[in-house]
Design a binder for this molecule. Structure first.
Ligand code: ADP
Ligand code: MG
Length: 544
């Protein structure tokens, strides 16, 4: 069987990235060389001028930080995706674009797949992006995927991927709140399934709020005051290298406190104080102390979640659950607060670090890879008839049409038939005639399921003739509608006050925040002065 659907889902995160594949039986999150399911989104050049990705680069940047390492390793490149900014790596003098750096991360994920499954098709992938990404940022992500060798890239919004991963496909007319707290960013979205349509109804976020800020609080409020009480180092905060190393201590402690009531930080290997004394310190920290530190940040996320619910116009009581995404959502205090204050059940049944990649992979099954990309990977073997299929791979209808063309049969007068059956054995279609290589059939789907269908081709005598592909997949449950816009969009209009004669510019709104794309609006305005087409001297600037 050849596969014509996307088999790979990737969460290209600001802090960590994950890759999941459809191995034929289930969705499998692929571990990297270090046996981790997540790979830090850090790229660097090591002392031997070799490109490194993931934990190795991450450790150079934090655990083993030196001045040299800080200018040769780059984290959080997602923040500058779609900008013209270049990142310079001192060791080689290379200047790489955000797309090129992201491509290195994607390549390393891809290699992990090929190490485990050497024959796996990496021609196409679903890559997730934040709901608030602009077209420019989204396009840059797509190009990055192409650079990494995925010829066909389909983008999917992170909250939708998370919802699919949590099983939203099977939800009937439900509303979920997707709470995604990552390493450096917070995103909250209200997703709704209504009459088979999946949409992000409202969303909010803070681009500078995440697990990293919790590490910083531990450093600034606990570690540094304790160091300074014992050692003579008034400027320790301003030293980037030391700060980087402290971040590593703080992060390890923070993660431990998600599963333990208290932990201990050994501050060492950060050099001497100003009197020449080696800085060495043991600090105890309890979960309660940590909770006090992050309280304010959690308050803010809850406020943004409440705003999102308000903006969506959906009643709190109609929100079925909160789904958790991102590493910091493993913090027990965060889960308690969400449940207590939003009064919505929190679903913490899945791993919040890999759920976006899983959801992207499941979504991929519904995405056909266009023929142009398939040719180089799958040769049609001798005797097989090449078939081109057309159908909606994601639908909320229970009956759907499938049409197909078999080029080889276009000029053949003999009778041929096709028959479509589903894998689960609940549906078997009638034999349909293939006329001049073309056929058209209506098939029935199993509700809220991934439906796999087999196609059989027969000649006039009833002999089976091999076809390629011999199967296809349709997901029944939801179709995904367009993205909501993250900000209101309008133009600046200059108006003259008839009384005072003064002009001032006001914002004329075309589309409100959270309207669903595509959108269209025509308005007519008059100019204050005469304009001539093509006149370069007398132009009309329009502020969008
Ligand atoms: P991103 O979406 O930005 O790539 P992730 O979802 O991978 O981010 O989250 C990374 C953050 O999660 C880091 O700040 C990390 O320290 C934190 N983190 C990971 N595991 C835990 C845990 N068990 N408890 C608390 N924080 C955690
Ligand atoms: Mg994330």
């Amino acid at each position: 069987m050849t596969t014509r659907h996307i088999q790979i889902g990737i969460d290209l995160g600001t802090t960590n990235s994950e890759i999941a594949i459809n191995n034929g039986n289930s969705v499998e999150v692929i571990k990297n060389d270090l046996d981790d399911e997540y790979t830090p989104s850090v790229f660097g050049i090591n002392r031997s001028k070799i490109r490194i990705v993931g934990k190795k680069a991450y450790e150079q940047l934090f655990r083993f930080a030196t001045k040299d390492e800080l200018v040769n390793n780059k984290a959080e490149v997602k923040r500058i995706m779609g900008t013209a900014e270049k990142v310079r790596f001192e060791r080689t003098g290379e200047e790489l674009s955000p797309e090129e750096i992201s491509a290195e991360i994607l390549k390393s994920l891809k290699e992990s797949v090929l190490k485990k499954h050497p024959e796996f098709s990496t021609v196409a992938a679903v890559i997730t992006i934040p709901a608030h990404f602009s077209v420019v940022q989204a396009e840059a992500t797509k190009r990055s995927g192409n650079l990494a060798g995925f010829d066909h890239v389909v983008l999917l919004q992170e909250p939708i991927a998370a919802a699919i991963g949590y099983g939203f496909m099977n939800a009937k007319n439900e509303n979920w709140l997707v709470y995604d707290l990552g390493g450096g960013t917070f995103d909250v979205a209200l997703v709704s399934a209504k009459d088979g349509n999946l949409t992000v109804v409202a969303q909010n976020g803070d681009n500078f709020l995440g697990g990293k800020d919790f590490d910083k609080l531990v450093i600034e409020k606990i570690i540094i005051p304790k160091i300074q009480a014992e050692f003579n180092c008034p400027d320790i905060e301003d030293d980037a290298v030391t700060f980087s190393k402290l971040k590593n201590f703080a992060e390890v402690a923070k993660i431990e406190l998600s599963s333990r009531e208290k932990t201990n930080i050994q501050v060492e290997n950060i050099g001497n104080d100003e009197s020449g004394k080696e800085i060495y310190l043991s600090i105890d920290i309890t979960r309660k102390e940590f909770e006090k530190l992050i309280k304010h940040s959690i308050d803010r996320t809850i406020k943004l979640a409440q705003d999102t619910i308000k903006e969506s116009g959906i009643k709190q009581a109609s929100i079925d659950k909160i789904i958790l995404v991102g590493g910091p959502t493993r913090i027990p205090y965060l889960r308690e607060r969400l449940e207590n204050e939003l009064k919505i059940q929190v679903d913490s049944s899945v791993d919040p670090l890999t759920i976006v990649a899983r959801g992207a992979c499941i979504f991929g099954v519904s995405q056909q890879v266009p023929d142009v990309f398939m040719k180089k990977n799958t040769g049609v073997s001798k005797g097989e008839k090449a078939l081109t299929l057309h159908f909606d791979s994601l639908t909320s209808d229970i009956e759907t049409t499938v049409s197909g063309i078999i080029e080889d049969l276009r000029d053949i007068e003999d009778d041929f038939y096709i028959q479509i059956q589903n894998q689960s054995g609940t549906y078997s279609g009638t034999r349909v005639k293939v006329k001049h290589g073309k056929f058209f059939d209506t098939i029935r789907l199993d509700e809220n399921k991934t439906n796999v269908f087999w196609i059989y081709l027969f000649d006039g005598k009833g002999n089976a003739v091999p076809v390629d592909p011999d199967s296809f997949t349709i997901i029944h449950g939801l179709s995904i509608s367009g993205a909501p816009i993250p900000h209101s969009i309008g133009i600046g209009v200059v108006r003259k006050d008839p009384k005072t004669g003064l002009v001032n510019e006001t914002f004329d709104k075309f589309f409100s925040k959270n309207s669903i794309l595509p959108l269209k609006e025509t308005k007519t305005f008059k100019t204050l002065r005469k304009l001539k087409k093509g006149d370069k001297e007398n132009v009309l600037p329009i502020n969008v």
